[in-house]
Design a protein around this ligand. Structure first.
Ligand code: PRX
Length: 638
């Protein structure tokens, strides 16, 4: 950690000259921790409630209800209370086209779609899946659902048929909102066609609403409607929702084969989204704020839609990939739109680092005043590069740690309260009242600078309500390893109390910031007819953070010829392109414990070229040498 110590000294001298800020933030946190309920009720009061809550928190461990008795609506809070002609979204298409949508226009669009959904019979509590690319219709669809009290479940547009089936069926969605297609690197992604295949296996869906993004000729089937045909202009009353009623479900990968439907409430989630956006990004009226995340993931929900809209921000949205159509498109966008806050991922930064600084330095980035990072650990060298090349050594970086489950960032520097000196790679301290700790296997707090499991010991507003339709799984996944909320992450706290996230402690992968479960990819591999068994692991990758490595055993009688390419295609068509393994090895057997569990830890050690460690529990030690040989052979062939 030598860089950090050096950095902290430098940063004190440079732009954070107030050495008292650490003490001040500690004092604010201590004060808040004495009475979290009063603290959060003050924060919740920044929102508009139709009816004030009777009780701040009802904690029936591990189930939390925040602001019980309160009535609120997310669409009303983001729109009705702040209708004006300020730009809400500046949207830039992959082809350079541009749309600007004011708060007033957004309000009208949301009301029209909400009317249309209501006319179709969609009502409070119904689930609506949303399968749209990064276009303004995506936040419009979310807010229209929120307006009438329907629970939205956004499905990332990069997912394919099987991923859609799982998510739509689990939520038992009554309607799906999609587009004819979207663009990705100049190619058309035919979303409606993919959805149609999925719907053959989804019984709950009564209506499909299609937005014409690319202007394809659509032959409408029964129960399919064009967005423009159902949208009905005029006011739509915002439903008065109980604070603890679900605002959305977002599916995420865990350690089991099926994705988990993470359920978020309305009042608690909005309170945390609002407060955290204010503290972390401190958005001013003239800021142009750009969070580069796709709305299909939680970062997009909280920091492209709800958080910044509650702050009445001008939000930039870009449809394309970071390096398409030109490798400097992002920096061009920042220059031309005078973007002042940039919130992005380490994967994107590593890619730009590789492409060379000239792409960036040739642009005028003087409008930037705050930088952010999210989704995966940011390596100190990438952090320093971000600060130097993009921030010109003048701009702070907020490294925000959080998860789909936490609703919003829980560990982060907080320029909106008091910015502490930064250390490259650390997300500094927990937000006020967030009781984060690092425990060892036995549940004891570890000493400073010791790796352990990150837990949160007290409930917080915005925490997940449960896993959709599966309270037992919720208890088992998050509350059985320790008596506290278990994050699944390794972390440590240094001698100054700063937190360092050290990666996942379970079988969850982070590939280019996307969260994927090993078991999910394994089930998709096994669903291919030639495959008998599969094991998925990952190894470090210098841009994506991790890359997927798969080992498969073929059924007897099947030839190896062409299988690897066919499997890659199969994954693309079932889960989606983001889950395609970089490497697939065909082996005769997999390393398993005597009880039959695949030893992924061992696979990971082999592919990462680390010490293999203890293999005494292995059923068949020969499988280890086979995998090592297969791996060595491939490396030689490269
Ligand atoms: O491992 C942590 C990593 O991303 C996981 C959560 O992934 P997801 O639910 O997809 O949400 C991502 C966006 C919030 C965490 O368990 N992670 C997230 N942010 C950071 C991080 N790892 C290190 N540093 C971060 N800032």
């Amino acid at each position: 950690m030598s860089i950090s110590k050096q950095y902290i000294e430098n940063s004190k001298k440079r732009f954070f000259s107030d050495p008292k800020s650490i003490d001040e933030i500690k004092r604010i946190r201590e004060e808040a921790a004495k009475d979290p309920e009063t603290f959060w009720s003050k924060e919740a009061s920044n929102l508009r409630w139709f009816k004030k809550w009777d009780k701040v928190l009802e904690w029936n461990k591990p189930f939390a209800k925040w602001f019980v008795g309160g009535k609120i609506n997310a669409s009303y809070n983001t729109l009705d209370v702040q209708i004006d002609n300020k730009k809400a979204y500046i949207w830039i298409g992959e082809d350079g086209s541009r749309r600007e949508i004011t708060y007033n226009e957004l309000y009208n669009e949301v009301n029209s779609l909400a009317n249309g959904l209501k006319d179709l019979g969609i009502k409070k509590g119904d689930r609506v899946s949303i399968y749209l690319p990064m276009i303004p219709e995506l936040p419009i669809a979310m807010l229209a659902c929120a307006r009438i009290g329907a629970i939205h479940s956004v499905i990332f547009s990069g997912f394919s048929v099987d991923a859609l089936i799982d998510r739509i069926n689990d939520a038992e969605s009554k309607a799906v909102i999609t587009a004819d297609g979207g663009y990705r690197r100049g190619k058309i992604i035919r979303l409606r066609d993919t959805l149609e295949k999925a719907l053959e296996k989804c019984r709950s869906v009564e209506h499909t609403i299609i937005h014409k993004r690319i202007g394809m000729n659509i032959d409408l089937k029964k129960n399919e409607y064009l967005w423009q045909d159902i949208a009905r202009k005029g006011f739509c009353e915002a439903e008065e929702m109980e604070s603890e009623s679900p605002l959305f479900i977002l599916y995420t990968s865990g350690t089991t084969g099926k994705p988990k439907g993470i359920v978020h409430d309305t009042g608690g989630y909005l309170t945390l989204a609002d407060a955290s956006t204010r503290w972390i990004f401190d958005i001013n009226d003239d800021d142009v704020y750009w969070c580069t995340a796709d709305i299909g993931w939680v970062t997009g929900h909280t920091y492209v839609v709800y958080g910044p809209l509650l702050q009445h921000a001008t939000i930039l949205m870009y449809e394309g990939a970071p390096d398409y159509p030109e490798p400097d498109v992002w920096w061009d966008i920042i220059e031309k739109n005078r973007v002042s806050i940039l919130y992005t991922t380490p994967t994107a930064l590593r890619m730009f680092m590789k492409l060379g600084d000239d792409l960036i330095t040739k642009h005028d980035l003087s409008s930037l005043r705050l930088l952010g990072s999210v989704g995966e650990p940011i390596n100190p060298d990438v952090w320093l590069w971000y600060e130097h090349v993009i921030g010109k050594d003048k701009i702070p970086i907020v490294d925000t740690w959080w998860q789909t489950e936490t609703g919003a960032a829980l560990l982060s520097p907080l320029p909106g309260i008091r910015l502490v000196p930064l250390k490259p790679g650390s997300s500094t301290y927990p937000l006020p009242t967030i009781d984060a700790a690092i425990l060892d296997e036995e549940g004891r707090e570890v000493k400073p600078n010791t790796k352990g499991y990150l837990v949160i010991r007290k409930p917080w507003p915005g925490m997940l309500l449960t896993i959709w339709k599966d309270d037992e799984k919720y208890k088992q996944v998050y509350w059985s390893k320790f008596e506290y909320y278990y994050t699944g992450d390794y972390a440590m706290i240094d001698e100054d109390g700063y937190f360092w996230i050290l990666g996942r402690a379970d079988d969850v992968l982070k590939v280019a910031g996307h969260r994927l479960g090993t078991m999910e990819i394994e089930s998709a591999l096994v669903s291919y007819n030639a495959v008998a068994e599969a094991a998925v692991s990952s190894k470090p990758h210098d841009i994506k953070g991790e890359s997927i490595v798969a080992f498969v055993v073929l059924k007897t009688g099947y030839s190896k010829d062409g299988v690897i390419d066919a499997l890659k295609e199969h994954i693309k068509n079932t889960v989606g392109a983001i889950a395609i393994p970089d490497e697939i090895f065909i082996v005769d057997k997999l390393p398993k414990t005597r009880s039959g569990k695949i030893m992924r830890r061992l696979l990971k050690a082999i592919v990462s070229e680390k010490q293999i460690g203890d293999v005494t529990t292995l059923e068949d030690e020969a499988s280890v040498s086979e995998i090592i040989n297969a791996y060595e052979e491939l490396k030689r062939a490269l």
